[in-house]
Ligand binder design. Structure first.
Ligand code: SF4
Length: 500
C-alpha cells in the first residue's frame, strides 16, 4: 500500500499517521511505503520561478533558499525578529508562486479561490481537474516513481486538515485516472470528524473516486480492507521513508502517540467530546520500549507526543524512565502538576514544554464547560512548571455559551498576572461543533456555506457574540502589555510546532 500525506500543512516533522500505518502493515506482511508530498510540495513550490512582482515579494523570492535554511538553524530561533521575518518571507514566496494557479499555498494553509474543501461538489471538481493543481507535476512524477518501486494494491490518503482536502482529492483523481486498478482509501482526522459528525457516510464513495473511508484508527480497518490476516496486534511507527527529509525545524523532531482519542472527553466545546471517538491507549511498557527503539534508530533531537492529552499514566511513566531526549505535548491541568516534585521529575525526564488548556479563568465557566480543572490548582501547576523550567504553551478560549464579558476579563487578568510563567499563548474564539450536545439548546445557523462544515454558528444566549469577542480581544486582551509580550514571542504560523 502506498500511503500519502498530501499538501498543504505545517511541515516540521514526519507525518505520524502514515508512519503508524506503514509500521503496522509491514509487520503484518503487507508491503507499505510512505510518501510525504506535503513536505516535498514545499520544496517543489519554492523551486518555481515567477515574473515581475512588488518589492517585498521580489525580496521574499530572492531570499527563499536562505530563509528555508534559516528555519533549520537553531541560531535563528534565538533572534525572534530574524525568525519571524524568515517565516513571513517564506510564506509570501509560497503564496506568490502558487497565485498563478488560482490558489494560495502557504506554510500552513491552502486556499483555492474557486473551490471550498467544505463542499463535496468542490472536492469532486478538484479531483476532475487534477491536472490544474499547483502540485500536479510533482505528484505525477513522485507517485509514478513510488508505484514502480513496489507492488501496491491501494493508495491511502491521510487527510488531517482542511488545507489538505482539495489536494488529497486532486491526488485521488490523478491515481484513478492513471491506475484505475488501484483502490483509493481516505483516512485521517478530518475524515474521522466528517464521519463522526454525520456529514460523511462511512460508505460514501464520491461517485467511484474513493473505494473506502477509514475513520478513527486506520489500523482497525486496514487489514480487513486489504483482505490480509492479522499477525501482530500492534507495531511501532515506521519512519524509514520519511526521516531523510529535512523538515522545517532546527532539529530532527520525531512524533509518537501513546493513545488515540481523549481519556477525559468531557469538555463541551471540544470535537473529541462531540465526536465520541473511542479512547485507545498503548500499554505503558510497550510504548516506552517502542520510543526507546525509535530514539536509538533515528536519533531525534526532540520527541513530539501528539496525543490529544498525554494521560497521567504516561506522564508518570515518562517521569519514572527518562528517555534521554527532550519532549513536548498536550496534557490537562491535572492534580499531578500541583506536585512540585513531580514537575521536577518531568523536567528531568526531558519535558521541554507542555501544551495546556486553561480555556477560561472563571471557575463557573470552567465548570459549565466540563473542563474538570480548578483555578487554584492551575495556579499552582503554573508555578511548579515555571520553577522546573518546563515551557508552557497556554490555550485560551473566548465566546463559549457560558462566558460573558466579565468572565473574559477575569481570564485576561489571570493570564496577565501570571505572564512570567507563560511562554506562549494560543487565543481562540469558540466554534460550536456540529455534533455538540449544546446545538439543540442554542439558536444556530450554518457557519460556512458547504455540506461538510464542521461547525455551526450560534446566537450567544448572553449577547457575547463573535463580533463583541473579537473587539474585546483586540482592545482589551491582546492589548494588555504583559499579554502582548507573550503574543510577540509566540511563533507565528508554526505556533506550538516551533515552541519547544
Ligand atoms: S479539550 Fe482536551 S481534555 Fe477536554 S475533551 Fe478535548 S482533548 Fe480532552
Amino acid at each position: 500500500m502506498l500511503l500519502i500525506y498530501p499538501p498543504a500543512a505545517r511541515s516540521t516533522e514526519p507525518p505520524l499517521g502514515i508512519a503508524r500505518l506503514a509500521g503496522f502493515l509491514n509487520r503484518n506482511g503487507v508491503p507499505a511505503r510512505c510518501l510525504d508530498l506535503c513536505r516535498e510540495g514545499l520544496d517543489y513550490l519554492l523551486g518555481l520561478e515567477l515574473g515581475s512582482q512588488d518589492t517585498w515579494t521580489r525580496g521574499a523570492l530572492r531570499r527563499r533558499s536562505r530563509n528555508r535554511a534559516l528555519l533549520r538553524d537553531s541560531a535563528a530561533y534565538t533572534t525572534p525578529d530574524r525568525y519571524r521575518r524568515a517565516v513571513f518571507d517564506l510564506n509570501r514566496a509560497l503564496k506568490a508562486v502558487s497565485a498563478p494557479f488560482g490558489v494560495e499555498a502557504g506554510l500552513a494553509d491552502y486556499r483555492d479561490a474557486r473551490r471550498s474543501p467544505l463542499r463535496r461538489s468542490d472536492l469532486l471538481d478538484a479531483a476532475a481537474a487534477h491536472e490544474d493543481n499547483v502540485f500536479s507535476p510533482l505528484f505525477r512524477s513522485r507517485i509514478a516513481e513510488a508505484l514502480s518501486a513496489f507492488p501496491a494494491q491501494a493508495v491511502g490518503l491521510s487527510v488531517n486538515y482542511l488545507s489538505q482536502a482539495l489536494c488529497a482529492f486532486a491526488i485521488a483523481g490523478f491515481v484513478k485516472t492513471v491506475r484505475p486498478d488501484l483502490r483509493v482509501v481516505l483516512g485521517g482526522s478530518l475524515i474521522t470528524s466528517w464521519v463522526a459528525q454525520g456529514s460523511l457516510a462511512a460508505d460514501e464513495r464520491f461517485g467511484g473516486l474513493v473505494d473506502a473511508i477509514l475513520s478513527g484508527r486506520g489500523e482497525e480497518g486496514i487489514l480487513a480492507l486489504l483482505d490480509a490476516p492479522r499477525r501482530v496486534p500492534t507495531a511501532p511507527p515506521a519512519f524509514d521513508d520519511l526521516v531523510a527529509f529535512d523538515y522545517l525545524a532546527p532539529t530532527r523532531i520525531l512524533p509518537y502517540n501513546f493513545s488515540t482519542g481523549c481519556p477525559w472527553k468531557r469538555c463541551s466545546f471540544c470535537p473529541e467530546t462531540a465526536e465520541g471517538v473511542r479512547y485507545v491507549g498503548s500499554r505503558v511498557g510497550t510504548a516506552v520500549q517502542e520510543i526507546g527503539a525509535l530514539v536509538a534508530r533515528h536519533a531525534p533531537g526532540l520527541l513530539h507526543f501528539t496525543d490529544s492529552e498525554i494521560a497521567p499514566l504516561y506522564l508518570r511513566a515518562l517521569a519514572a524512565s527518562p528517555l534521554g531526549v527532550p519532549w513536548y505535548g498536550f496534557t490537562r491541568f491535572s492534580p499531578l502538576l500541583t506536585d512540585p516534585d513531580f514537575c521536577r521529575s518531568l523536567a528531568a525526564s526531558g519535558c521541554a514544554m507542555l501544551q495546556l488548556g486553561l480555556e477560561s479563568a472563571d471557575q463557573r465557566v470552567l465548570d459549565a464547560l466540563g473542563k474538570g480543572t480548578r483555578l487554584d490548582q492551575i495556579d499552582r501547576a503554573l508555578r511548579n512548571l515555571a520553577e522546573s523550567r518546563i515551557g508552557v504553551f497556554l490555550y485560551v478560549l473566548f465566546g463559549t455559551p457560558a462566558e460573558q464579558r466579565d468572565a473574559a476579563r477575569r481570564t485576561r487578568d489571570f493570564v496577565a498576572s501570571r505572564a512570567d510563567r507563560i511562554d506562549f499563548i494560543n487565543v481562540a474564539i469558540f466554534n460550536l461543533p456540529m455534533a455538540s450536545a449544546e446545538v439543540p439548546r442554542l439558536e444556530t445557523r450554518a457557519f460556512y456555506e458547504g455540506d461538510l462544515s464542521l461547525y455551526r454558528a450560534f446566537v450567544h444566549p448572553g449577547g457575547w457574540n463573535r463580533d463583541a469577542v473579537r473587539a474585546f480581544l483586540a482592545e482589551e486582551f491582546n492589548a494588555d502589555p504583559a499579554i502582548k509580550t507573550i503574543l510577540a514571542r509566540t511563533p507565528p504560523v508554526f505556533t506550538s510546532n516551533h515552541g519547544a
